[in-house]
Design a protein. Structure first.
Length: 189
């Protein structure tokens, strides 16, 4: 489905009425710097809608965007950032945990973004395992494929396939605008 409108609704850090207001939620998750903000901005066509992890502020909240007046795109904070303190890392993991695993929400879809060049990291695979254990409906987005030549891309896709198992994998590049239509179709239809 084409994304016609995307509006920032609010950022939450714990319990909030928005979690249970009945609007279907599609959650985007990935380690810091994987390009999650770029994917959200490219997908919605709204520059600067999602803030990148290099900018402070909203990145430590769970941000809700209303898509086509019909769905929430839920932008979770990036995990595992290199420069954060342990306390900050814990805070982020707890925030993600409380939303994904303990809040009374059944996400319509969860989009786990990995870096196609780096491949799924240990943190990514741990997150994937937790999501699978909770029976979440998820897809994998392999971002930054523009960094790879054809041969490298084939290798990378095989590697990701081997590590993540049977989930849908969508190759993506925000700079080259590849894969965005497919993500929208899988998530907001
Ligand atoms: P976030 O921390 O996951 O929200 O990541 P950002 O969206 O801030 O992106 C992190 C870095 O990756 C930035 O320098 C982006 O320009 C870059 N980036 C994001 N998407 C792509 C992509 O598809 N290709 C390339 N080459 N770089 C990208």
């Amino acid at each position: 489905m084409k994304i016609l409108s995307a509006i920032f609704v609010k950022g939450v850090v714990g319990d909030d009425d928005i979690l249970e207001d009945g609007i279907p939620q599609v959650a985007f998750i990935g380690r810091s710097n994987v390009g999650k903000s770029s994917v959200i901005n490219a997908l919605t066509g709204v520059k600067g809608l999602a803030r990148s992890s290099s900018t402070p502020g909203r990145t430590q909240e769970i941000n809700f965007f209303l898509i086509n007046n019909k769905y929430y795109l839920v932008d979770l904070p990036g995990y595992g950032f290199a420069h954060g303190s342990y306390e900050r890392k814990d805070f982020i993991f707890n925030l993600i945990d409380s939303y994904i695993f303990t809040a009374p929400v059944e996400q319509k879809k969860i989009v786990l973004i990995v870096d196609a060049k780096v491949g799924p990291t240990e943190d990514d695979l741990a997150m994937l395992q937790s999501l699978e254990q909770k029976g979440k409906d998820l897809i994998i987005v392999a971002n930054k494929i523009d960094k790879l030549n054809k041969n490298e891309l084939n290798k990378s896709m095989l590697n990701i396939r081997e590590l993540v198992g049977p989930h849908t994998i969508i190759p993506c590049s925000t700079t080259k605008k590849i894969g965005l239509g497919e993500i929208a179709d899988k998530c907001f239809n």
